[in-house]
Design a protein around this ligand. Structure first.
Ligand code: ADP
Length: 227
């Protein structure tokens, strides 16, 4: 079985004017080491899909499994643990905690598990080195540039060695140079970590570097040939 499987995912919202079907049976199957960009116009349902893939939202219909585990029946507490163990998130905004240093921010998902160890601290440091922040580990977010903050967020997403890395417009707040750097880092670290990367983006420049591209059109995935 694929490490990540989304099958016939449907998402509907009930609104005063009727039922709004945002996702109309989307499917994706990815194994470790594979990546996929999800593109499409604003409002087409890209983030909705990513939130469902990350168990932050539940689908109206369809099935999801990550490493063979179907989170459908999980309690909120079980879901939180499942996400922390298997999934790393990078959002458009970094959501770093302002009172913590870069290194402490990277350690937050580990602290949540109560499994802090010297090895994991080394791993957090090594991730910050890999994203080019060796000299910034003890800086608080306010003392970092926008690109540097996003690099900390990338390291934080990877500290638990997730099988699934989900990115929602990760370069949306950055200038072109930093956008390219973050895009490159995500792909490089996904490959070296043998993880799956699914990235929602408006940026054609970013999407073209992915092995697989899908466009959300009328609630469906249309596969776009990668160049
Ligand atoms: P994208 O990421 O492609 O810009 P989204 O997935 O954020 O699009 O949103 C898809 C559509 O779902 C939008 O039209 C949005 O208005 C609608 N939507 C999102 N949440 C709700 C909700 N709670 N109730 C009704 N419609 C919603």
């Amino acid at each position: 079985m694929a490490d990540f499987l989304a099958k016939n995912i449907v998402k509907e919202y009930q609104t005063p004017t009727g039922c709004l079907r945002i996702l109309d049976g989307v499917s994706a199957e990815l194994s470790r080491g594979q990546n996929m960009a999800v593109v499409g116009p604003s409002g087409s349902g890209k983030s909705t899909f990513l939130h469902i893939a990350g168990t932050l939202d539940s689908p109206t219909g369809g099935d999801l499994s990550v490493q063979g585990i179907d989170p459908a029946g999980f309690s909120n507490q079980e879901l939180a643990r499942f996400r922390n163990d298997h999934i790393g998130f990078v959002f458009q905004e970094h959501y770093l905690l302002p009172q913590l240093s870069a290194l402490e921010n990277v350690m937050v998902p580990v602290v949540a598990t109560g499994r802090v160890s010297p090895e994991i601290r080394d791993r957090a440091q090594s991730l910050l080195e890999k994203v080019g922040l060796t000299d910034r580990m003890h800086h608080r977010p306010a003392a970092l540039s926008g690109g540097e903050r996003q690099r900390v967020a990338v390291a934080r997403a990877l500290v638990m060695q997730p099988i699934l890395l989900l990115a929602d417009e990760p370069t949306g707040s950055l200038d072109q140079k930093n956008a390219e750097l973050i895009g490159g880092l995500l792909l490089e670290l996904q490959k070296t970590g043998d993880a799956i990367l699914i990235c929602v983006t408006h940026s054609q420049r970013l999407a073209r570097n992915f092995d697989n591209q899908v466009v959300v059109e009328n609630g469906k995935f249309v596969v776009r040939a990668s160049p």
